[in-house]
Write a protein that binds this ligand. Structure first.
Ligand code: SAM
Length: 187
């Protein structure tokens, strides 16, 4: 099932548009994530792009935790690698290359973030099934989609799919200009 817009993957040349001060002000990563991401957790940032959220999550989980920054584009992963090189985050963030039809992460995670990426995934059913396997029991998944690309009905359709795949919608947090759902993995 797809959203109402073509699932074109965001090109690496657009990375700067995702990683700038105005966006961080309007969509403050720490503010968005602090209810869910705690010290010591293992977390996944799937479709991490240039790593805006991965790097903030590294600060939040600390050295006792782990962040998996996963993307299918080498160019995005290179940006993340460059940014964390020589910093504390380098010890916490693991870089993972996804395939177009498989996330491929084998670790189990407490929390997964899919920020502005689900509408780019062609086979969402298999994507969410795989996320269900990757999440620990009671793990949670935060989905944030851009209003500009995903209609209200498209988002609700996607939630219907996710519910059918053993997730429950636990919360509907607010993020600027976005459609958001916090999902809990059911057994
Ligand atoms: C619009 S960007 C968002 C990046 C980041 N989450 C953010 O909000 O700053 C979408 C990212 O998802 C990645 N992506 C799209 N489909 C993917 C898939 N099936 N598996 C992994 N990454 C994917 C793209 O390569 C791109 O880097």
């Amino acid at each position: 099932m797809n959203h109402d817009r073509s699932n074109r993957v965001c090109p690496v040349e657009n990375a700067g548009g995702l990683d700038n001060g105005i966006r961080k002000f309007l969509q403050n990563p720490r503010k968005i994530l602090s209810p869910y991401v705690k010290a010591g957790m293992t977390v996944l940032d799937v479709g991490c792009g240039p790593g805006v959220f991965s790097i903030e999550m590294a600060r939040m989980v600390g050295t006792s935790g782990r962040v998996i920054a996963a993307d299918l584009q080498d160019g995005m992963l290179e940006i993340v690698k460059r940014k964390i090189k020589g910093t504390e985050a380098e010890k916490i963030v693991g870089i993972h290359k996804c395939l177009s039809d498989r996330i491929g992460v084998t670790d189990k995670v407490d929390f997964a973030l899919a920020f502005y990426m689900v509408h780019e995934v062609p086979d969402q059913a298999s994507f969410f099934k795989e996320l269900h396997e990757i999440l620990k029991p009671n793990g949670s998944l935060l989905i944030v989609e851009p209003k500009v690309h995903v209609s209200r009905s498209g988002f609700e359709e996607m939630l219907k799919l996710v519910r059918s795949l053993h997730f429950e919608v636990a919360e509907r947090p607010k993020v600027f200009f976005s459609r958001v759902a916090m999902l809990r993995r059911l057994a």
